[in-house]
Ligand binder design. Structure first.
Ligand code: ZN
Length: 314
């Protein structure tokens, strides 16, 4: 983690921004700590204009991606290919055709992924996002993630653009299906598993996620689009900004006059379009940003103490 920490910087591409942090951005500004080995992250190390944009925003859209879940240990789509699944290409498991051809293989993979997601816990990024809604007049949370970590962190309204592992439905008639309360108990290496049957039509129950070749849930995407058109600040967190149409939301927001904050450990296609790029892990940047905007202490987002990664500068 030390090397990642030392690479963090804030760059401000906001025209006319005069604050000192932005002026040194081309040399790389670490927003949290200027001295490796010392946890001296001052809240004011973010550009003042960035903090003001968040504090004064009337409507924020927060777009979260796989990186936010990955910080909780949820395997990303590509990383979920171990054990039995290592013999398959995820793009070949996540299609309606794959489910038609071999429903037991596909259902087994999704039950294994659902188990992994349920075993994970919300991280400080999820908790900070839930905490932001206490301070903002309006926060629209849009996620590309199919787990329920935002909900378990306390965010009560979450737009799931790519569906959810936790909301399966009948592949034939569309009726929703309720999972039993207990955690799935899948072997570490995965297994084939017959999907349950619909109680209405006896059709096969399918995962509630959006597969390759399928459209996004219409209502979810419409809500996200409308929010992007009406927000004054969009924060993109932990997403590669490659997967459309979700990746189009920041551009839509910007075209309607919104400012953009991007938080991501790696460069993305959004870098040149964002008002501010904050490079780093969401679980460290977001709690610090909330503290900078509203003075909340980071401890509020770490019930039970600071996680090990919070002091990783050593
Ligand atoms: Zn049915």
């Amino acid at each position: 983690m030390t090397s990642r920490f030392s690479r963090r910087w804030v760059s401000c591409t906001h025209n006319g921004c005069q604050n000192s942090a932005s002026q040194t951005a081309e040399h790389g500004v670490n927003p949290l700590s200027s001295t490796p080995g010392i946890d001296n992250r001052p809240a004011h190390a973010f550009p003042a204009a960035l903090v003001a944009a968040l504090r004064e925003a009337r409507h924020v859209v927060l777009l979260s991606g796989a990186g936010v879940s990955a910080e909780s240990g949820v395997p990303t789509f590509r990383d979920a290919m171990t054990g039995l699944w290592s013999r398959f290409d995820p793009a070949e498991l996540a299609t309606p055709e794959a489910f038609e051809r071999d429903p037991e293989l596909v259902w087994g993979w999704y039950e294994w992924r659902r188990m992994r997601a349920l075993q994970a816990q919300p991280n400080p990024a999820h908790l900070a996002i839930a905490g932001m809604s206490d301070h903002l007049p309006q926060l629209t949370l849009v996620t590309q993630n199919v787990d329920d970590l935002h909900e378990r962190a306390g965010s009560d309204t979450v737009i799931h653009l790519h569906g959810s592992l936790h909301q399966p439905r009948c592949a034939t008639c569309g009726r929703s299906h309720a999972f039993p309360d207990e955690m799935p108990n899948e072997p570490e290496g995965g297994r084939r598993l017959p999907p349950p049957r619909c109680t209405r039509c006896r059709g096969l129950i399918r995962p509630g996620v959006v597969w390759f070749g399928e459209s996004l849930p219409e209502g979810a995407f419409y809500q996200a689009q409308e929010a992007a058109e009406n927000c004054d600040l969009l924060i993109s967190v932990g997403t590669s900004s490659l997967v459309y149409p979700a990746a189009g939301l920041p551009h839509l927001a910007k075209a309607h006059g919104s400012q953009l904050i991007q938080i991501n450990p790696q460069p993305t296609n959004l870098d040149g379009h964002a008002t501010w790029n904050v490079v780093g892990a969401a679980g460290q940047i977001l709690p610090a940003l909330v503290a900078a905007a509203w003075g909340s202490t980071r401890a509020q987002y770490h019930p039970g103490g600071l996680p090990a990664c919070a002091d990783d500068s050593q």
